[in-house]
Design a protein around this ligand. Structure first.
Ligand SMILES: NC(=O)c1ccc[n+]([C@@H]2O[C@H](COP(=O)([O-])OP(=O)(O)OC[C@H]3O[C@@H](n4cnc5c(N)ncnc54)[C@H](OP(=O)(O)O)[C@@H]3O)[C@@H](O)[C@H]2O)c1
Length: 258
């Protein structure tokens, strides 16, 4: 597939890297010449003369523009029937995109970004789109969501994913403050979370059963959870994620009020 990229910043770089070896060609928007040259050199991408030249050269156009300006930039371009546009811009609704790029088809996506560069980042798509699903499959698992409501809800994971780095940093900092070397601290946190994520993916037991199996009554896990609960540390995630959902879907009622 030949994929046109509008916006060639962080996310575009991650996706181009993750898709290496899958047989795709990339045509890049030229705005930042240094960045375009770097991606072209490292990954064999072509660089177009303008955003419109990207659109003219490609049936499939991936939009990685800043969310605040993206719609305006797209309104200034001409699309043709049969083109398939996929927007990764957080919080830009599918209907607004359809109006901006008609008669092109529109799919919206959310992904973690950096994990996609290592083919380990999931991608959410709405509505389902077999060609975009085939493209993103090179960058990690793909979940196609049928309803806009499910996509809005699931897409909060973009923020959850980014925030998980701050969570990991907090844990790593604690170990380092107590004297562990940075490499051991980083590996300890990453390998713990990766191992437990594998449990969630591989075990069919309910999570309560899994959690009970690793927490001895009166033991250290129970103590840690009790201390976290006293500070509402876990419930605070629900509250913060609801605020992200309200930002991306202002009309949605909040079911997770504290
Ligand atoms: N980063 C992630 O991991 C991630 C994950 C999921 C979704 N997203 C979404 O992806 C989008 C891009 O995020 P990002 O982190 O990649 O941002 P970024 O690094 O700032 O990249 C945005 C790119 O768009 C370019 N741009 C701005 N105006 C343009 C125009 N008129 N024509 C062509 N290019 C233009 C910028 O060029 P200049 O640098 O020259 O301004 C920059 O290269 C955002 O909407 C975000 O919500 C990002």
């Amino acid at each position: 597939m030949r994929i046109g990229l509008l916006g060639i910043g962080h996310l575009a770089g991650f996706l181009v890297q993750g898709a290496q070896g899958a047989g795709h060609e990339f045509v890049l928007s030229p705005r930042n010449a240094e960045r375009a040259d770097d991606l072209a050199r490292r990954f064999g991408c072509q660089v177009a003369d303008s955003n419109q030249a990207v659109v003219d050269a490609c049936e499939m156009v991936l939009v990685c523009l800043p969310a605040a300006q993206g719609l305006e930039i797209l309104r200034g371009l001409s699309f043709r029937p049969g083109q398939a546009l996929c927007s990764a811009m957080a919080g830009v609704p599918v209907n607004a995109l359809r109006a901006a790029v008609a008669p092109a088809e529109v799919t919206v996506a959310m992904m973690p970004g950096h994990a996609n560069a290592y083919a380990a980042g999931l991608t959410l798509l709405h509505p389902p789109h077999p060609r975009w699903a085939a493209f993103f499959a090179a960058c990690g698992p793909v979940h196609e969501l049928v309803t806009p409501r499910d996509f809005e809800t699931a897409a909060v994971f973009g923020a959850m994913s980014g925030a998980s780095f701050a969570f990991m940093q907090r844990l790593i900092d604690w170990y380092q403050t107590e004297g562990l070397d940075p490499t051991t601290a980083r590996r300890l946190v990453a390998e713990t979370l990766r191992g437990n994520a594998e449990v969630l993916l591989l075990s069919t037991d309910p999570l309560e059963t899994i959690a009970a199996g690793v927490a001895t009554p009166g033991g250290i896990t129970e103590q840690l959870l009790t201390d976290l609960a006293e500070r509402d540390a876990l419930l605070a995630w629900s509250h913060a994620m609801s605020r992200v959902l309200r930002r991306m879907a202002p009309t949605r009622a909040d079911k997770n009020t504290l």
